[in-house]
Design a protein around this ligand. Sequence first.
Ligand SMILES: [Fe+2]
Ligand SMILES: [Fe+2]
Length: 183
Amino acid sequence: MKAVAAAVPNIPREDWTAHPRFRTQALLLGSHANFRRVSRYLVDQAAREEFVGLHSLFDRWIAAMRSHEAYEERKLYPYLEYRWQVSLEEARTGHGELHARADEVAEAFRSLARPADPTDSTDSSTDNPVLRALQAHDRTLDDHLNVEEEAVIPLLLALDPQEFDRYYRSPLSMLIPADRRAL
Ligand SMILES: [Fe+2]
Ligand SMILES: [Fe+2]
């Protein structure tokens, strides 16, 4: 397929759900809704200091998010950038910011597992570092998902169903000529 330098589609968020291809071509929003739900659950549990099983839930959730991000960076973004001649660099940057916040959450969980030191005046074990770190991660996640949805959903909805189907079924090597691929 030739890259088509067509006008970049601009479909406002309030029109997405009424779009005829919303159900089939905006599947990304379902994953994002799940991510937001899990993030809220983790924050709520930490606020109640219900920490049992929370670290392992966080780790499993992060693993699922990482595979979602890998798909986006290896296929979704390159295809849409090629197809619509746009940059999705801001969304890539958001993944890096999320990783930094996730590292802080992991460190907060580790600090929870360490015994409190009564002689250490800087010891923060009496406050709730896991909650603070999860709240920061939640804000970064929400920012990233909003940026990504605004950038990507109109581009997906604007693909005709045949092209979307081809995109969905084909490896990137069949969608973009080798000399146009960054990877
Ligand atoms: Fe995403
Ligand atoms: Fe993403």
